[in-house]
Design a protein around this ligand. Sequence first.
Ligand SMILES: Nc1ncnc2c1ncn2[C@@H]1O[C@H](COP(=O)(O)OP(=O)(O)OP(=O)(O)O)[C@@H](O)[C@H]1O
Ligand SMILES: [Mg+2]
Length: 366
Amino acid sequence: MGFQCGIVGLPNVGKSTLFNALTKTAAAQAANYPFCTIEPNTGEVAVPDERLYAIRDIAQSKEVIPTRITFVDIAGLVRGASKGEGLGNQFLANIREVDAIAHVLRCFVDDDITHVDGAIDPLADAETVETELMVADMESLERRIAPLRKKASGGDKEAKAVLPIMEAALVLLQDGKPARMLETADAEEAKMLKGLNLLTSKPVLYVCNVDEASAGEGNELSQKVAERAKEEGAIAVVISAAIEAEISQLDKEEQDEFLETIGLEEPGLDRMIRAGYDLLGLITYFTAGPKETRAWTITEGTKAPGAAGVIHTDFERGFIRAQTIAYDDYVSLGGENPAKEAGKARDEGKEYIVKDGDVLLFKFNT
Ligand SMILES: Nc1ncnc2c1ncn2[C@@H]1O[C@H](COP(=O)(O)OP(=O)(O)OP(=O)(O)O)[C@@H](O)[C@H]1O
Ligand SMILES: [Mg+2]
């Protein structure tokens, strides 16, 4: 299923509208009443990447195949959800399954669209949702800590290692801060924190759902969200879900015209998908040939054999080496052969950490 980004927020803020725009479908029911969505909607979305076309033009490939990530449109969360209010715990379980969260905040004013709390206030909304996630995390930690303490005092090594992280996360949460703000000492600790699978340790992207007129520059409400995000070291994107849903139904030419009239260079969705991709800690490498130019997704830090394994497990098992050309070299020199002649096609081995944009050709034994 790949990497999943969950669309989370209060009811009736435009989550399903956004999901439909992302997936260019009307697969999710979007309507003006809270709790319209109950069962999560899941869809794969192509990650827009201009580099694919630059490589294609050089390699003369017949086809371009972008890489994809999955978005999950999750039911709206309300105050008390962690105690089972609204549709409560079931939704929290849906959130637990995703790798990152796109938190949709209503930044449009429209008296015809119901707001569950009766007032438009994206910062208060963010607090409400975040509080529920934090309460759920605190309860989960409290439940787990006591038995773990017993194990640790009995000499269990794993319990001893993870306990301090759990305790630190709990203290942070009790102080009203999400677990993602916990400062871990090293990669090992970061991994343990991730392993706890807390709702608030997942990376968050704020999505400001604005009115049509604010789709380009945002508005006062989205500005406030941007400030909050900055304080947290998080990212906020401005998008008008309603408009994006319309744009996504147009063909490319009509899209460009429409975008120009509303003052956008590219669909807000493209920015959002890329932000989601970055948020997940993902990078892209390419393969290029006469048949296709293709983008592949790996997590940052993946070594060459692991990257090969994304294509086929045989490639990983029989990995010998990877001919590697950096994207900039590939494009500026004009492709594989010129890059080889210029000495820019490196042979990399098993320990090579693949970089974003690498154009790779794997040599392997089967
Ligand atoms: N930017 C926007 N401007 C105006 N109206 C919008 C905007 N985005 C969404 N809407 C409208 O808000 C209503 C709720 O949208 P949607 O069903 O997508 O919300 P939701 O967050 O999925 O709700 P639920 O939690 O109930 O599933 C719909 O009528 C939709 O057309
Ligand atoms: Mg919905």
